[in-house]
Design a protein. Sequence first.
Length: 298
Amino acid sequence: MLYNHLKILESEAIYIMREVAAQFERPFLLFSGGKDSIILAHLARKAFYPGNIPFTFLHVDTGHNFPETIAFRDALMDKLGARLEVRYVQDSIDQGRVVEETGPYASRNGLQTVTLLDALAEFKVDAAIGGARRDEEKARAKERVFSHRDEFGQWDPKNQRPELWNLYNGRKKPNENFRIFPISNWTELDVWQYIQMEEIELPPLYFSHEREVIDRDGVLLGVSDVVRPLPHEKVERKIVRFRTIGDMTCTGAVESTAVTLAEIVAEVASARVTERGARTDDKRSEAAMEDRKQAGYF
């Protein structure tokens, strides 16, 4: 069967989620509203059906999310009957915990690390499940499935625990925690093939649509209240879709006519640029993602 490998990946992810439920006392599932976190929600429902999902969902809202993402998030939580906690970067700014960036390249994406760490401390989370995959970015490739974090929520890539076969070590000291990545071994193509196989609903942003965009240093950003054209930038209407969904200030679109899952699968299979190639936050430096991860980013 064409999708046999997807069933293997699914089984591995479900096993990991059940291990989290067995080993930790206060596990949360980090939910962004993007395709990877939507798959995690789908897998969690499968893992514990017909019981309830034993994880609280946590969304860190930058205040600059796509409206379509927020609407989809709320509808999905209602459908799942899941508990959702939302914490806001704006509150961190108001409390003086972070300082908002200024200028045309300002973004709140980096600021959400502090909001996330504060939320994990508030809820005493000992395991935070995330949708990161090893093929996304070179810093992601260094991750273990059970990624140990110290009492400050920080990640040390040189101090990772071995993971032999399917043995996951969740032992920790007080105040330490883990980030758990059940779909680490998936690729972007696997994700889209699984979405097609399972007929998983997604926000419309992932499908081709017409949108006003500007070309900012080679990245197509959607024009909005938080992304305004500079004097030298021209607003154009293009047929685009988003391969990844995050903060509107740093998430770029790609020109595409793919309006069905089959067309997206074909497009991804032939893509020569990674999905994060249109993320301006990853282009701030060669080690932008690794720096954020070491500071506590998921």
